[in-house]
Design a protein around this ligand. Structure first.
Ligand SMILES: [Zn+2]
Length: 313
């Protein structure tokens, strides 16, 4: 099981909305598990919603809030990646918004959406309840690398980053306000989420993730809206990259020893917790070690990955 079962309902709370820049509003997750930060970016004639919350009931609240914000403006929806709490509410927007995503994310949803739905239904009754009635819907618009969305007096940049936290990660930039929505490429106050579930899902790449964060930092945004956790300044892009680099280095330092992977993971975990004692999500450290162990020797990792993908496809 990838996560500890949740004992609370993963509920989006529109009462906590906060404007982080002019006409850029965030519904913060306030530390609640399986609740993402959700964004609303307004222009003169349109509003873009970023991420849906987990399941249709959360998405209905997000849509109602969006309609209130929009006051008649046209609605668009995008999702940062296909993971359930970010994208499994898109069906609710079907008759109300144009749904755009990058091609790799659309493919992730087709290939892995159904198995993630099953996996998440096993994460306890509150999660299963919120996933009742989920239908995975195809986006209305699919782009390859980047897409400039004109909201009226404000152009928002949608960009596929390439494989990192997932194969289909996408970031959303509001250039005039210096705001960057990262999805799960960044989490504030918690260890980076490595969805490393061999043999079912081995798409996460720690090495590429590090490269993506270096590129995002170079663009110098002022405000970073992470997938989960507090809205932050640009420094968090460096903090998370440095964490991933340390995780990689500590893993690779031990990789050729005769130690079993569990021992390596336990040692690295202790080191990372020592560095970030206040961060949550400690279970993700060992998943990250697993990912970096597989990445250290490209050849073996690639063939192991292929063998693993065969039967589950
Ligand atoms: Zn995710």
């Amino acid at each position: 099981m990838p996560f500890e079962p949740l004992t609370h309902d993963p509920v989006v709370d529109p009462g906590q909305a906060r404007e982080v820049a002019r006409d850029v509003v965030v519904l913060p997750n306030l530390g609640a598990g399986l609740v993402p930060n959700i964004g609303f970016i307004g222009g003169e004639h349109s509003v873009l919603v970023v991420d849906t919350g987990l399941g249709p009931r959360n998405a209905e609240k997000v849509l109602a809030f969006a309609a209130e914000q929009a006051r008649g403006r046209e609605l668009y929806l995008t999702t940062t990646h296909f993971h359930p709490e970010h994208a499994f509410g898109a069906q609710v927007f079907a008759d109300h918004a144009t749904y755009l995503v990058n091609r790799a994310q659309a493919a992730d949803l087709v290939h892995k959406g159904p198995s993630y739905l099953e996996m998440f239904r096993g994460l306890g009754a509150p999660v299963a309840r919120n996933l009742e009635g989920v239908e995975l819907v195809a986006p209305d618009v699919v782009y390859d690398k980047g897409y400039d969305l004109d909201l009226g007096g404000r152009v928002v940049r949608l960009e596929a980053t390439g494989r990192a936290h997932s194969k289909g990660d996408q970031v959303v930039t509001v250039p005039d306000a210096g705001v960057l929505f990262t999805g799960d490429l960044i989490e504030a106050g918690q260890f980076s989420i490595f969805p490393w579930f061999p043999p079912y899902d081995t798409d996460v790449s720690g090495s590429r993730w590090i490269e993506v964060l270096a590129r995002l930092a170079a663009a110098g945004p002022d405000i970073v809206v992470p997938g989960h956790g507090d809205v932050s300044g640009r420094r968090i892009l460096t903090d998370v990259r440095e964490y991933l680099e340390l995780l990689r280095d500590e893993t690779w330092k031990r990789r050729d020893s005769a130690l079993p992977e569990e021992t390596i993971a336990a040692e690295v975990e202790a080191r990372m917790i020592g560095r970030h004692p206040e961060w949550e999500g400690r279970d993700w450290i060992a998943k990250g070690v697993g990912c970096f162990c597989a990445e250290h020797s490209g050849h073996e990792a690639a063939s192991a990955g292929e063998a693993a993908e065969g039967p589950s496809a």
